[in-house]
Each structure stands twice: as C-alpha cells, then as structure tokens.
Design a protein around this ligand. Structure first.
Ligand SMILES: C[S@@+](CC[C@H](N)C(=O)[O-])C[C@H]1O[C@@H](n2cnc3c(N)ncnc32)[C@H](O)[C@@H]1O
Length: 309
C-alpha cells in the first residue's frame, strides 16, 4: 500500500482548512511524518471483517464501565433542548431521536430522565452492547427501541420508518467505520430522518491527543488508525466531514461543522490532555424523495414503536 503524501501544518503552512486545528510541536510533526508504514492489506481486511466482533469483545471486557453518561449534550446541542418539556399538543406527541452506535446507552439515559417527551430508537452492531441497553433500569419499551444493526450494511428502514425521525445523533461512531463505508452509513441514516431534520454529530478531530499517541504499526490509511484491541479510529477534518455529508443527502448550507478543543484529565497518568473533536449539525434536504417514502406523520407515545409494514 502506498504511503500518504499528506502535509502537516507548520508555522509556514497556510492551509486554511487546517487553521482551526492546534499547531503541532516539531516533535509531533516529526513523529507523524515518520509514521508512514501502513498495516498490510491482509491485516486491514481482517480488521474490517472482524469489526463487529472486536466491538462486541470490547463490551465483554468493559461491560458498562468504559464510557460515562454524556451529561453535556443539551449544553452542546441546543436542538436537544428545543423540544419543550411540555408537549405543544395535549395528546402526548413525542419527539423521535435515533441514536446511532449507541453503545451501552450513555447518550440516551440523561435525556430520557430530563425530558419525558422524547422517544429513542437506539442501534449498535454489538449485540452485547444492545443487551446492556435493554437490561438498564431506565430502559422503558414505551420510550425506547434498541436493536442490533450494522449501519454500513443493514437497512435502517427495516426497524425505523423512513422519514420518521426528528433528530439523529452520532457520537464517536463514524470514526469507527472504514472510510470507504462512511457514505453508505450516512445515506442509510438519511433515509429515516424527516426532510429538514437534523443529524447531531461529534467525533474525533485531526491531531487529537489520541491520534498523536499511536505507536508505529497502527496506521491503516491517512488519519485512520487501529487500537490495541482491534477497534479503529478515524480523525476527521471539518472539510472531510462536510464533503461526506454533502454526498450523503445533507445540505451544507443549513449545516454547521467546527473543531472544538477540550481538555480531559487522564487520571491514570496524572495528565491533562488536549482533545480535538469535530462537532456538527447537518440538515437533511427538505425535498429529498426517498424510494421508501412514507407520509410524514407526527408520532404519539403509543405509535412510536410501529415498524414499517
Ligand atoms: C466509541 S463507541 C461510542 C458509543 C456511544 N455513541 C457513546 O457515545 O457512548 C462507538 C460505537 O459505535 C459502534 N459501531 C461501530 N461501527 C458500527 C456499525 N457499523 N454499525 C453500528 N454500530 C457501530 C460500536 O459498537 C460502539 O458501540
């Protein structure tokens, strides 16, 4: 496999596209430039074939203890609070959210508790993760529908009505998918979103601390790496993400996408580390005609779990 000819931003670099990303030190630049050897095609294919198994083993090892509840989501995405806590209509209309790659449900539990008028579809390709979601004390079938789905190949419309979802959320999920399959995954998601509905997105950004920590032998392709446990991580530029969304049915004009910088404390190593994420809000085209199109109906508490006939 050919090594990448990617250039890293330096003092003299005028790559506008990367201006928002943190400036690398000379040591970091050298480290990234030296890391040119990609994993063999055979090993890469094996990782792709075993992606589902590797995440399932991740949840076998870590159970529900790895990720913390995402208590920051209403602060970061105003769309999640713009649903009134009192429904506009008195007959109990619910707002429907699809949480893609839900893991063990850390994104949905705080929101379910906060807002009684939200209904969640939640999917993940790890059966073990979905079992943990269903075993959680907050799992309530009148408000949640968790199911196993590989979004790169299983049709989401087998479980969720086309054009029926108000919001889709994807938190640190697309980065786990092979870049060649990202567009298929996003197009799949776009089908269940209502026209004009939104995808809320957060994932790893270029030059995130974790990207700079990979030792040689973990690189799969440009900005794409494999961890020790076989799970993979892609580090996005805002340009890459925006262009992916544009080719998957989202309108860039009504969307936003930015780098955000955070510091997280690595207690084990006693370090405060710089994290870089990409965060965006992507709107589905209003006049997109989907083949499976079903009239856009408001759902009530009693019919949110109806599956397409
Ligand atoms: C980093 S975890 C994030 C979990 C969750 N979104 C959260 O924020 O806590 C990534 C998740 O994406 C899931 N995933 C990866 N590839 C997937 C695919 N092709 N289809 C469905 N889920 C996938 C993994 O099983 C894992 O649970």
């Amino acid at each position: 496999m050919a090594s990448s000819s990617y250039k890293f931003p330096t003092e003299s670099c005028d790559m506008h596209s990367l201006s928002a990303v943190r400036k690398l030190t000379d040591t970091e630049i050298q480290k990234l430039e030296k890391d040119k050897t990609l994993l063999s095609e055979f090993k890469q294919n094996k990782l792709e074939l075993e992606a589902q198994k590797n995440w399932d083993l991740f949840y076998k090892r870590n159970t529900t203890k790895f990720f913390k509840d995402r208590n920051w989501t209403t602060r970061e995405f105003e769309e999640l609070c713009s649903f009134d806590t009192v429904p506009k209509e008195k007959d109990g209309h619910m707002k429907v959210i699809l949480e893609v790659g839900c893991g063990v449900g850390n994104f949905i539990w705080p929101l379910l508790k906060e807002n009684p008028f939200l209904y969640f579809h939640a999917c993940d390709f790890s059966k073990r993760a979905i079992d943990f979601v269903k075993e959680n004390e907050h799992y309530d079938e009148t408000r949640c529908h968790a199911f196993v789905c590989d979004i790169t190949k299983d049709n989401l419309t087998d479980e969720v009505m086309a054009n029926s979802v108000d919001l889709v959320t994807m938190i640190f999920v697309l980065s786990a998918i092979h870049p060649d399959k990202m567009e298929a995954a996003l197009s799949n998601i776009c089908k269940v979103l209502k026209p004009g509905g939104c995808l809320l997105f957060r994932d790893y950004g270029l030059y995130d601390y974790a990207m700079l920590r990979f030792a040689p032998g973990h690189k799969l392709s440009e900005n794409f790496y494999v961890r020790q446990d076989g799970t993979r991580a892609y580090y996005f530029t805002t340009e890459k993400l925006t262009s992916l969304m544009a080719s998957s049915g989202f309108v860039t004009a009504q969307s936003s996408c930015d780098y955000i910088q955070r510091e997280t404390v690595n207690k084990k190593e006693g370090l405060c580390v710089p994290r870089i994420f990409v965060q965006g809000k992507f709107t589905k085209l209003k006049d997109v005609i989907q083949t499976e199109s079903i009239p856009n109906v408001e759902m009530t508490a009693s019919d949110t779990s109806i599956k397409p006939s």
